[in-house]
Design a protein around this ligand. Structure first.
Ligand SMILES: Cc1ncc(COP(=O)(O)O)c(C=O)c1O
Length: 490
């Protein structure tokens, strides 16, 4: 096996990192004195740092490395072969075999008639592209309907003679607003950021892209305890309907939600929720986009969360697991209905990015999906998920653990000050508990998990989808010890 080693010594790497590398979402002032964590290699579910210390990666990179870290040789060969054949060509007007094959493969895995795949470089770009696509869909559809209305014999004509006024109104149809959920994360580019429901991420960049409204998410932990699941579903759907009405239904292009919401801590949908959301979107003719950047490609024990919950979205955004993050590639998947107006006349979706469908990234994604099928990775998640929940449920015995949420290989535990009253921590306590203690202590103990307080404080657990019982036991063992220590400190 050939290895790539740095020309710099460990100390030189540290210095160069401190001097030149700007880490994402990181308080850079803090890295002046402490060591920058430098990860040098990976194997299975484990990572190793520049000091030779091993970590269990309970976050799969960033909810991304479905197949773990050991397929570099096989995927590398596919990438090298593509490099030799065609290192780059674009999807602007042109196609190439890997983009075509990957689009066909993704369409075959996606549920229903989600048949059309538009490639981008990552999740934020996918969300950005979905919103733009939804906006352009209505004007394209309006033009399409206007043409139909002007031709009495047209199958879609409303059954009366040419109505110039109606045709003009349809031709001018425009919708632009988006609706998403509170505390949801959808990426960082301006459009995707505007869709986010996390005030702390939005505030530094305001004013953002108008106009996004936020609705309630499916966090049930802090709802009244006597509320039934059916009442909770109705409460959420009423809120969605009222928000659409208040926003102006004829101006709303897209409702965008994750099948299971990550930020805030793995909020699963209550019974009947997705059927209700779909029905409301149909009633107001709003496109429903499932943001599957995390849930796509197996995390919930199905290829897509949309399949698992029968969401029937018009659009799906995906990235991460598409290539197991071995390459930077994402996509928007659209149904035949969304595609239809773009197939008429000289119309086009006025959008593109140079690297969308990059042949090497596409070759890597194809190989990743081949490995996932061959190794039955999605089936593994589906088969193991009940045992995984039982294993994680041991953490509920700790006084600091209030709730365990999630499904598949996608979980969060919510930390509370008082289990009886479900009282949460103040901002200052969160700062001390999460940033001051839990994050560094878990890392020190050899576990990479994320302590997150974008909503109430949670620990997110989302290992590679190849994780077996040994990894889950190790994870619970380390986390349990660290959380006990945290409780002692409180
Ligand atoms: C649901 C969701 N959408 C979009 C994004 C943005 O993806 P990226 O970081 O690839 O831009 C993320 C990233 O975590 C995400 O979780």
């Amino acid at each position: 096996m050939t290895t790539v080693s740095s020309a710099l010594s460990s100390a030189e790497l540290q210095q160069a990192a401190r001097d030149h590398l700007w880490l994402h979402f990181t308080r850079m002032g803090g890295s002046g004195d402490g060591e920058v964590p430098i990860i040098v290699r990976g194997e299975g579910c484990y990572l190793e740092d520049s000091n030779g210390k091993r970590y269990l990666d309970a976050l799969a990179g960033l909810f991304a490395v479905q197949i773990g870290y050991s397929y570099g040789d096989e995927i590398g060969e596919a990438a090298a072969a593509q490099m030799r054949e065609l290192p780059f060509y674009t999807n602007w007007s042109y196609a190439h075999p890997r983009a075509i094959e990957l689009a066909a493969e993704v369409a075959s895995l996606a549920p229903g008639d989600l048949n059309r795949v538009f490639f981008v470089s990552g999740g934020s770009e996918a969300v950005e592209s979905a919103w733009k696509l939804a906006r352009q869909y209505y004007s394209a559809r309006g033009q399409h309907r206007a043409v139909a209305a002007s031709i009495p014999s047209h199958p879609q004509a409303p059954g009366h003679d040419f109505d110039a006024e109606q045709a003009a109104r349809l031709a001018g149809e425009r919708r632009w607003k988006a609706i998403s959920r509170h505390v949801a994360y959808h990426g960082t580019t301006m459009g995707a950021l505007s869709i986010n429901g996390i005030p702390a991420l939005r505030a530094p960049f305001e004013p953002l892209v108008p106009e996004v409204s936020h609705v309630r998410n499916t966090n049930r932990y802090h709802r009244p305890q006597q509320e039934t699941e059916a009442e909770f579903t109705q409460f959420l759907l009423d809120d969605l309907r009222q928000t659409i009405e208040a926003t102006g239904p004829e101006t709303v292009a897209m409702v965008i939600m994750e099948p299971v919401q990550n930020a805030g801590g793995a909020f699963t949908p209550p019974e009947g929720y997705w059927a209700g959301v779909r029905a409301i979107c149909d009633e107001y003719e709003i496109l429903l986009c499932a943001d599957e950047v995390i849930t796509g490609f197996g995390r919930l024990g199905a290829w897509f969360g949309s399949e698992r919950y029968d969401i029937r979205p018009d659009l799906v955004t995906c990235a991460k697991g598409l290539s197991s993050a071995y390459a930077s590639i994402g996509a928007v998947i659209a149904t035949d209905r969304v595609m239809e107006p773009f197939l008429q006349g000289d119309r086009m979706y006025t959008h593109g990015v140079t690297f969308g469908g990059h042949p090497v990234a596409a070759a890597i994604a194809l190989k990743n999906l081949e490995i996932m099928r061959r190794e039955r990775i999605v089936e593994h998640v589906a088969e193991e998920q009940d045992t995984v929940r039982e294993t994680l449920a041991q953490l509920l015995e700790l006084p600091i653990v209030g709730d365990l949420r999630g499904t598949g290989f996608f979980y969060a535990i919510e930390l509370v000050k008082d289990k009886e009253t479900r009282q949460t921590f103040s901002d200052e306590e969160c700062e001390r508990l999460l940033r001051g203690f839990l994050t560094p202590r878990m890392f020190e103990a050899g576990l990479i998990c994320r302590a997150d307080d974008r909503g109430d404080p949670v620990i997110q657990i989302s290992p590679p989808l190849i994780a077996g019982q040994a990894e889950w036991d190790e994870l619970v063992g380390i986390l349990g010890t660290v959380l006990e220590e945290a409780w002692q400190r409180i």
